[in-house]
Every structure is written in structure tokens, then in C-alpha cells.
Design a protein. Sequence first.
Length: 154
Amino acid sequence: MAKGDAYLFNETLMRMGKGELALDSDTLKMVIVNNDNPPAPDDASPTYSDYSADEVTNAGNYITGGIPMTTVVFAMAAGIATLTADDVVVASDPSGFLDGYWGIVCDTTAAGTPALGFVDLGGPESEQADDVSVVFDGGVVFEFPANVLTWEAP
């Protein structure tokens, strides 16, 4: 089972503010990539095409373009906008990939297929060795908490 931290790309909040994303209705996929081009939160305007050359082999149970994420819900609770989804699982297969390091969440409905964030799989994860599972704690993929600004008295 893959374990690791999840990170939003800095650009995701800007895209949300510009109305480029409709997370409550868009189709999201998790793209598994190797470690040749590790993602970072400050990657400029990240899209699927930025990582597609490093995508794991289209073999076994993995399909180029990513695994569709299911039961995706974008909702507000207690002042925190939360994106939830079912866990992502690539079932083991002897002809599958050997070198999964990162799971990149991409919005395949939005123009340009923006990358929203990524999960550190703690790789290399191997589909040949076992199922590759990304388990979201409580189903939470990403949270978008409201920030409180503190102003100093003049």
C-alpha cells in the first residue's frame, strides 16, 4: 500500500479563484509517474502534459492518462472546503509498472487538463509486486481551509 503526504499545487488556488475549475462536477484522475521529474507545490501552471512523459508503463491494470477517481465530492463543512474521493487502487498484475513514485491528481474536464496536486507514494511502488493503493485518510484528498488574517493596530 502506498503511503505518503498529499500536496496542492500553489496554482490550484489561483485556478479556483479564476473559475477555471468546477471540482463539484469535473472528472478527476490520478496519474502515476516515476521519479524522473518529481512534482513540487511551486511548479508553475502544472498540467497533465508536464508529467505525461514520466507516466508509468501502460500495462497491467494501469491505463495511460490515469485512473478515474470515483465518488468525488467537493463540499464545505465547518469553514473548510474539502475534496473527497474513494481510495485509488491499481490491482496487481505481473506485467504492470515497477516505478510508481507520485500520484498526480489531474482535472480532465478543465481546459488544459490542470494538475491539482500530488501524493507521495513512497516509491518505488510496483504493480507487479502487489496492489498499488492510495488510501485517503477519511476520504479527504485535499482541504482548502479559510485563512484568518490578523491586522496589527496602527
